[in-house]
Design a protein around this ligand. Structure first.
Ligand code: DGY
Length: 435
């Protein structure tokens, strides 16, 4: 394990650029939002200063309206599509993509603050919290202001914003439109960069999916990334369960960070008010999700399509990760636990990203095991007292990495590594799991 930990640190050092870590040198040569959050969360104990820098750099890419973008193009690296010209978005500081990703940066920041307090003392934690809490508050406020119809459940406008790009959950929504019929989309000429290596062809999303991803990007750019106008024309408006689970946890964790600042003597009464407000938000988001995103038939949480006004039934690991945000009530948790045991843990390696019709053991988010969702799930299961299941998932994760290396994802049947190698969040979260 010690040698593996050294190797993990070496991967992260090699992928580190100025102030941030790229997800992978072969596929993703810029700063990605939730990748950086997982890198920071995983690295918090091993190197709290690097973890703090990772988060501060990500927040430097924040838009004036509070959105923290999915990609920050800090350099002119080549070899990625769609690049900065295709997105046509950003701030004075940096060009970015036009969408966001699940607000994992908030729970990650809380872990970093805890690690700083333990290892560097109260004033280091305080300096970090002072620097990041206003930006995190602006980010979560942006979600509620611009990305919610009811002030509780939040939505995304692109499959890439969910982080689970080609989940079968999105298929009914992607089938509901023809890419070239979308307002704002004039052409669909483009060249993929993500399948340069032959061997990746069966492990990445299909061209059918990609045409729709690109059309949604071109539509966003045509409408200047204006949320109000896009809400009228965008066919993909989805209350994603994973985003909402992380959002609910983020609200609770932001409340916790205000408490921490208060205890450090900083915020006074304003801090107490903000702490209460964010904790209440977490609770009302959970309650709204229990109602709208629960599928009794599947025994799990699912996403909701606001354009088609329907649930998107898919038995995905995202539904299980609802536990990370405290979404399930006790009865729902029992159903989730049964679903996990019967349908997911029947595979050799926990935990497939999707089970059911259309499962593909090798393709991206349609079946393979991912280290980040396993890590979220294990955390969530512990919150619900299911330590035995959490340990099983952590054990499988560590053994996959020890056998195959720091791969992007793994086959749940054979355990073979898939996607890119030397993948940053796999390395970072391995450090946390073996701490
Ligand atoms: C991709 O696969 O290129 C997406 O941007 C991931 O976020």
């Amino acid at each position: 394990t010690q040698a593996r930990r050294e190797a993990a640190l070496a991967v992260l050092r090699a992928n580190r650029r100025e102030g941030y870590t790229i997800p992978s040198a072969t596929l993703y040569p810029f700063q990605w939002n939730w990748d950086s959050a997982f890198v920071a969360a995983g690295l918090a104990s091993a190197d709290p200063d690097a973890a703090a820098t990772e988060i501060r750099t990500l927040l430097d890419a924040q838009w004036a309206n509070g959105m923290v973008p999915q990609i920050a193009f800090w350099t002119d690296a080549t070899g990625y599509f769609p690049g900065p010209d295709e997105w046509g978005a950003g701030s004075d500081r940096v060009r970015t993509s036009g969408i966001t990703q699940p607000p994992m940066v908030v729970p990650a920041a809380r872990r970093v603050a805890d690690a700083l307090r333990r290892q560097r003392g109260g004033s280091a934690a305080e300096a970090f919290l002072d620097a990041v809490v206003p930006a995190l508050d602006a980010f979560l406020s942006w979600w509620l202001r611009e990305r919610s119809d009811d002030g509780d459940v939040v939505y995304v406008r692109h499959p890439w914003a969910t982080g689970m790009d080609d989940s079968p959950a999105w298929t009914p929504v992607l089938e509901s439109f023809e890419p070239l019929d979308l307002p704002g989309v004039d052409d669909l000429d483009y060249a993929r960069e993500d399948r340069k290596s032959e061997s990746l062809a069966d492990q990445r999303p299909t061209d059918w999916d990609y045409d729709r991803y690109v059309a949604l990007v071109r539509q966003g750019r045509a409408f200047d990334w204006d949320e109000v106008r896009l809400r009228e024309v965008c066919p993909f408006v989805v209350e994603d369960v994973l985003t909402n689970a992380i959002f609910a946890r983020a609200c609770a964790d932001l409340g916790g960070m205000y408490d921490e600042l208060d205890a450090l003597g900083e915020e006074g009464a304003a801090g107490v008010d903000a702490a209460d407000r964010w904790r209440e938000q977490a609770e009302s988001t959970r309650e709204a999700c229990r109602d709208r995103l629960w599928s009794p038939a599947l025994g799990t949480f699912v996403s909701y399509d606001r354009v088609g006004e329907r649930r998107l039934p898919a038995n995905s690991v995202a539904g299980l990760v609802s536990t990370f945000g405290g979404l399930p009530d006790q009865g729902q948790f029992e159903a989730v636990r049964t679903n996990l045991s019967e349908n997911f843990l029947s595979y050799e390696r926990a935990c497939p990203s999707y089970v059911g019709e259309g499962m593909d053991l090798d393709r991206y988010w349609r079946g393979p095991v991912w280290v980040n969702t396993n890590w979220l799930l294990a955390d969530g299961l512990r919150r619900y007292g299911a330590a035995d299941l959490a340990s099983r998932i952590e054990r499988d994760t560590v053994s996959l990495v020890e056998r195959e290396g720091f791969r992007e994802y793994f086959s749940p049947e054979t355990g073979e590594g898939r996607g890119s190698d030397r993948f940053s969040w796999t390395a970072a979260l391995y450090l946390d799991l073996t701490d």
